[in-house]
Design a protein around this ligand. Structure first.
Ligand SMILES: NC(=O)c1ccc[n+]([C@@H]2O[C@H](COP(=O)([O-])OP(=O)(O)OC[C@H]3O[C@@H](n4cnc5c(N)ncnc54)[C@H](O)[C@@H]3O)[C@@H](O)[C@H]2O)c1
Length: 310
């Protein structure tokens, strides 16, 4: 019988795709979130629990009968995390510690923590970055992600709680919000449709790792199926510059967008490409990643079909 899974923060971008992948594999899925999904109607196969992750009683109840807890709820991104450090600790670190404690109390078999491939390593001189590279976060977001990782590992040491720590690169695709805060690809496609200039921080040449959302979700589910334990980078293993993203969007949409270059932001990691040998070995080397062109095309189609352009 398939494991029963609770996804905390499951109605956001990554969670909504994870739900699809898990339901396809016949997992029983319960979602704990403060809201329903933004872009789709509720799914009758999901057991929704609408509440805040700092409500310990509701969380405890949501964990009854659950085997695996996937933790996706987060209230900040690198750009917003430095505004109020204490709020960031309270809303993201303390809540995560509560979740870990409750997992132990409820006899959960495994916890899956979505950390960050960009934010925990910071600016690395060695590329691509392996999982055992030293951590050097440069934002409160990165410090908290990294600290939660340490607590996840401590819970394994102290209480035997198995874990998966996922360090995703930059996922993109349908249902990502286009708020400029996170998700340069979705934001730029949206800007391009509206005929607005694209804003690039820095000169657009630094290279980052982008992964199409379905690839991230498929690999995460494979890790669950293989009963993997430990820390895993999940990215494409390739570096793409923002200038290249603009070129690909222009080509895919047959446009010539205006670009405005602004000053670099100090919380942005400059170059990061993940070393994905660990997942490659596990998945087999024939795993096919979605190309940037295809991924941008699929994202563009979704934005257009859903007419979320206003
Ligand atoms: N999207 C990315 O680029 C990216 C990259 C690396 C890591 N991550 C991490 O993956 C996780 C999921 O990211 P996402 O892009 O799906 O984010 P998202 O903002 O789309 O989804 C987060 C969900 O958490 C819910 N949530 C927020 N506060 C909550 C609370 N107090 N109680 C209950 N639910 C709450 C939100 O309603 C939302 O549905 C986050 O931890 C994020 O830091 C994301």
């Amino acid at each position: 019988m398939q494991n029963k899974i609770l996804i905390i923060g499951g109605n956001g971008f990554i969670g909504s795709h994870l739900i699809d992948g898990l339901l396809e594999k016949d997992y029983k899925v319960r979602v704990f979130d403060i809201t329903l999904e933004k872009f789709r109607k509720p799914n009758s196969k999901i057991d929704y629990r609408i509440s805040y992750q700092n409500n310990i009683y509701d969380l405890l109840e949501a964990m009854i009968g659950i085997d695996i807890v996937i933790h996706l709820a987060g209230t900040t991104v690198p750009s917003s995390s430095n505004i109020d450090l204490i709020a960031d600790v309270n809303n993201n670190l303390i809540t995560s510690l509560n979740i870990l404690n409750l997992c132990v109390r409820q006899g959960i078999k495994k916890v899956v923590h979505f950390s960050s491939g960009g934010a925990v390593y910071g600016n690395s001189e060695v590329l691509p970055i392996e999982e055992d590279h030293k951590k050097n976060p440069i934002s409160s977001y990165g410090i908290i992600k990294s600290t939660i990782e340490s607590y996840v590992q401590l819970h394994k040491e102290l209480y035997g709680l198995d874990y998966l720590i996922i360090r995703p690169s930059n996922p993109y695709g349908p249902r990502q919000s286009h708020t400029h805060a996170q998700g340069v690809i979705s934001t730029f496609i949206q800007n391009a449709y509206r005929n607005e200039p694209l804003q690039i921080f820095g000169n657009g040449t630094t290279r980052k790792d982008y992964i199409y959302i379905k690839d991230l979700v498929d690999i995460t589910i494979k890790l669950l199926e293989f009963n993997s334990i430990g820390i895993f980078n999940i990215g494409s293993g390739k570096g793409t510059s923002v200038n290249e993203i603009v070129q690909t969007i222009n080509k895919t949409m047959n446009l010539k967008t205006e670009v405005i270059y602004s000053e670099e932001r100090n919380y942005d990691v400059k170059n990061f490409i993940l070393n994905i040998n660990k997942i490659r070995q596990l998945l087999g080397f024939d795993f096919e990643f979605t190309s940037l062109e295809n991924g941008i095309n699929l994202t563009k189609e979704w934005i257009f079909q859903n007419r979320i352009l206003n």
